[in-house]
Ligand binder design. Structure first.
Ligand code: PMP
Length: 958
């Protein structure tokens, strides 16, 4: 939209002028008018006296009358001759019987079109099921309906005609390079591509849906012109790449649907992805040009991130890969011959190596850092005493650490053989040579058998017979790895590994090559994620929720990554329990050794218990030197309540709202987070007394006023005194964990605990979430408030995921508790638990994780604050160190936005990041990764969040 047109369109003047114009020139009785956004035209929607609507389109001055006539003729053709099964606008004749009239400025031309009513796809929930397919089908119908349409005013499609993309993109720079490779790829077919009238911009933005979500109409024929038929579907496929979830699958679904209505020929298939790339390049180049002239152009600013995304996504596929997928999506694949000979003899009964995510060979991080899959493979194959790998297995590769969708799916079978081993033709055919070390045999029926890692002994084009030697295993060492596989998409050479997406298409194009090694087809397990969820739902009580509607199946962890069965390593931004990260070998070894040696209960006498108790007490402030060991945070909090009661002979407990302390009856009684239990505030037992959460962001007192919370709390204590309540003590977190890492007001706990102690109560700090160095600057959370509790309840990080909890208190209080008889927890303080506890403390120190929390936490906080400054949806960043919370709001503290928070989490998952919302409103992103997180991972997280937020903002602005 150019600046003056925008001003023109949005001004009341323009609307008034339009109303008069529609009355005088078109004889229409206008009841109301409003402006619509457009790239270049002035578009005004007018509601007529009878309630119907029309669209007044005033074209920009560059559009000729002949072009408008051609557009109108195309609309008539579609309605009256081609009889397309969806609505298109109709041109309304003026009083003078004309469909085009001069606009009031005497320069531009105006038309009136009927308004196609319906729902815009953007207004429906994302991924309206099957939308891509419907759009593809609609584009195909349009293309076949327009195939026989002709009009003297039909011109080339101008800026958007992909035949002249170079004119828009120019020379030099990345965009021009991308266009050059697209051009090169389609050079052999470009001259044979069909040219006809096309819509030119058939995307989700230019259709309307009915209530059932089906395409009801197609709009905006402003780009109708001559162009490649393949461009019609490439434009659509490209637009679908802006979506966050499985965009390539959507684009291919659209292509397949298009083909059913308007069959693509071989040249179209070759040209398709290059055209997708060209379209994305043109969009990005064109937006850059608009923004260079008019940096504040809102339309271009909003679209730019999505257009860049389309280009990024288009470039993730090589042209070979894309063409294989397109052929698979269209079902245009060759067939595997019935009879094949072995390409490598002697592997019929060879053992299979397990390279999947769950392979024990990957433990201890052995899959990382090797930088080269072949080395991993040789090591694992060797360790397993095996020789071949599995087809269609998701492998775990080092790339997973840095890439959201790593190449993990094996399309072939690798075999470890002696260097020089001969490789034979599996059937009669013609030799094709691929990348440096691959040779294939194209057999009759359109299939090619490939062998990678081979020195060819034949020339390309040579005819060979089944069993002929075509090459030998290439290697500089004694062992060599040869990968064999089928590709049914002609002579295109597929990659060894592909990303965990559009899998069924990849498997269709590259079926099981077991027969090429004389082996029976392996039973390839289909992805079992869905099945496993049903089994979980069948037996595991639903009240024990799982993250995400469609959760990845996580089967491995390594440091601050969680790895799913598809070989994706998600950044784990929420596991505050796994403080040392996942899979630490020191912990693994210690547990395994102790478990093998002895695991019993604390009534026996063994060293591990003494060592751990001493280590724990040594971490606590002076005076807190007695330890009770249990198995969880809930147990620790519950026990702390019992201890406080025993010490005071009283039973009432003071607690804060918005908090979570555990699930046992005692811990649950003082948990009032309505995010976890909506009825919490109405169902407290009478021994629980609540103080309002001193929430400095959203509560009654904010900012500097937050100091008033202490006065409120003290007044509440006076009230309890007056009511005759005698408190056993107070239990609270030193930082609002459940609220999303909100810090307490300065001096709050100091003042409050003084008052509780003055009344004879005991002060319990629930350190389950925020201790163990997570705050960076402090080991314990209470240190941040400058106080020392009487009782510490701690768990989670203590065991790095092993069930372990503790109460640490004074000798005096512990002795008072002894008066109640003995205390015993069967597994609490077991040798294994104690070894876990001691090892966690040791590794924490060895690796300097508290310091890492301080240093990396600062980088993370600064990064998040910078994002919050750019995106209003991020209201604030709470917390410190690696205990952070990011508020997601729709305007400010009083407008928490849980829907946006949930959507951001889903989008982040697609980017390979695990984050979840917390808080009473479930709108705070809780960010509390393992303390191993490093600068690279933080950068990856911030970039992912930035991208997700940028695209959200773009979509919202359109
Ligand atoms: N206290 C706090 C502050 C917690 O966050 C939690 C758990 N989220 C608990 C206690 C209970 O711990 P657990 O789940 O180990 O029983």
């Amino acid at each position: 939209m150019t600046g003056d047109l925008l001003a023109d369109a949005s001004g009341d003047d323009a609307l008034a002028r339009a109303t008069v114009f529609l009355g005088e020139v078109f004889g229409l009785d206008v009841a109301g008018a409003s402006a619509l956004g457009s790239n270049e035209d002035l578009n005004i929607v007018a509601t007529l006296a009878d309630g119907s609507r029309v669209l007044l389109k005033v074209s920009h001055p560059g559009v000729s009358r002949a072009a408008l006539d051609a557009q109108n003729a195309a609309l008539r053709w579609l309605r009256e001759t081609a009889l397309v099964p969806f609505e298109v606008p109709a041109a309304v004749a003026s009083r003078g019987g004309r469909e085009v009239e001069p606009w009031v400025d005497g320069v531009r031309l105006a038309r009136v079109l009927t308004f196609v009513e319906g729902i815009l796809p953007a207004a429906t929930p994302r991924a309206a099921a099957g939308l891509a397919t419907q759009l593809g089908r609609t584009a195909g119908r349009l293309a076949s309906a327009l195939a026989t349409f002709d009009h003297p005013g039909l011109a080339d499609g101008g800026e958007w005609d992909l035949r002249s993309a170079r004119a828009v993109v120019g020379e030099g720079g990345d965009l021009a390079d991308a266009l050059t490779s697209a051009d090169a790829r389609m050079a052999s077919v470009a001259s044979g591509l069909r040219v006809q009238a096309i819509h030119g911009d058939l995307t989700a933005d230019n259709v309307v849906l009915d209530d059932a979500g089906a395409v009801r109409g197609v709009i905006d024929f402003g780009d109708v012109g001559l162009g490649w038929v393949a461009a019609e579907i490439a434009v659509l496929a490209c637009s679908l790449l802006q979506h966050d979830c499985d965009p390539i699958a959507e684009a291919l679904a659209a292509v397949a649907a298009f083909d059913l209505e308007c069959p693509l020929d071989d040249a179209d298939i070759v040209a398709l992805w290059p055209l997708v790339v060209s379209r994305a390049v043109v969009l990005v180049a064109s937006a850059a040009r608009v923004l260079a002239e008019d940096p504040a152009n809102e339309y271009a600013l909003a679209r730019a991130p999505l257009e860049r995304r389309m280009l990024e996504r288009a470039l993730t596929l090589s042209f070979d890969d894309a063409e294989i997928l397109v052929r698979a999506a269209l079902g245009r694949l060759g067939e595997v011959p019935q009879e094949v000979a072995s390409m490598i003899v002697g592997l019929e009964d060879a053992g299979e190596a397990d390279l999947s995510v769950t392979s024990p060979h990957h433990s201890r991080g052995r899959w990382t850092g090797e930088g080269h899959t072949e080395r991993t493979l040789l090591r694992v194959v060797d360790a397993a005493g095996a020789t071949v790998t599995r087809y269609a297995e998701h492998r775990l590769t080092p790339d997973a650490i840095s890439v959201a969708l790593p190449r993990s799916l094996a399309l072939g079978i690798d075999a470890v053989v002696a260097a020089g081993t001969p490789v034979r033709a599996p059937a009669d055919g013609v030799v094709v040579l691929g990348a440096a070390t691959s040779v294939g045999v194209a057999v009759d029926g359109g299939a090619t058998a490939w062998a990678h890692g081979v020195e060819p002994l034949c020339a390309a084009g040579e005819r060979v017979r089944a069993g002929d030697v075509i090459g030998r295993a290439a290697s500089t060492t004694q062992s060599a790895v040869i990968g064999v596989g089928w590709c049914l998409a002609g002579a295109l050479e597929p990659p060894a590994l592909v990303g965990p997406r559009v899998e069924s298409l990849w498997r269709a194009a590259c079926p099981d090559p077991s027969a090429l090694l004389g082996r029976a087809s392996a039973d390839v397990a289909e992805p079992s994620r869905g099945d496993l969820i049903s089994r979980r739902d069948a037996t595991f009580a639903a009240v024990q929720e799982h993250y995400y509607v469609e959760p990845p199946q996580i089967e491995r962890g390594w440091r601050h990554h969680l790895i799913d069965t598809e070989g994706r390593a998600y950044l784990d931004m929420i596991n505050n329990v796994a403080i040392l990260g996942h899979g630490d070998p020191r912990l693994t070894d210690a547990v395994s050794e102790q478990m093998a040696r002895l695991n019993t209960n604390s009534r026996f006498h063994y060293e591990a218990l003494v060592e751990f108790s001493e280590a724990l007490a040594a971490r606590a402030p002076d005076g807190l030197d007695v330890v009770l060991l249990v198995n969880s945070g809930s147990e620790a909090v519950d026990l702390a309540i019992r201890v406080a009661r025993a010490a005071t002979g009283r039973s009432d407990i003071l607690a804060l709202t918005e908090a979570y302390h555990g699930w046992t009856i005692g811990a649950d009684a003082i948990s009032t987070s309505i995010g976890d239990n909506p009825g919490a505030l109405a169902t407290r037992p009478e021994w629980v007394h609540l103080l309002d959460a001193p929430n400095t962001y959203r509560g009654r007192h904010r900012g500097p006023e937050a100091r008033l919370y202490l006065a409120d709390a003290l007044a509440r204590l006076d009230g309890l005194d007056a009511a005759g309540v005698e408190l056993a003590g107070i239990v609270s977190e030193p930082i609002f964990g459940n609220g999303g890492g909100i810090m307490l007001p300065d001096g709050y706990l100091r003042g409050l605990w003084e008052a509780v102690r003055a009344r004879g109560g005991v002060c319990v700090s629930d350190e389950v979430q925020v201790s163990y160095g997570r705050l960076g600057k402090y080991f314990w959370g209470f240190e941040q408030q400058g106080v020392v509790p009487d009782v510490i309840a701690v768990a989670k990080a203590m065991g790095n995921g092993h069930p372990l909890g503790a109460v640490i208190t004074t000798r005096e209080i512990a002795d008072a508790f002894s008066a109640e008889g003995s205390f015993f927890s069967s597994a609490g303080g077991s040798p294994v638990s104690c070894v876990v506890g001691s090892t966690v403390l040791r590794v924490l120190d060895e690796d300097g994780l508290q310091e890492n929390s301080r240093v990396v936490g600062t980088v993370l906080t600064d990064g998040l604050r910078a994002l919050a400054a750019r995106y209003p949806v991020l209201g604030a960043v709470h917390g410190m160190g690696l205990y952070l919370g990011v508020e997601v709001v729709a305007g400010g503290p009083d407008a928490p936005d849980p829907a946006a928070a949930a959507a951001i989490c889903v989008d982040l998952l697609e980017e390979g990041v695990i984050v979840q919302p917390t808080g009473d409103h479930k709108n705070v992103l809780k960010i509390k990764p393992p303390l191993t997180i490093d600068a690279d991972a933080v950068a990856r997280f911030l970039a992912a969040l930035d991208g997700v937020l940028e695209r959200r903002a773009s979509r919202a602005a359109m």
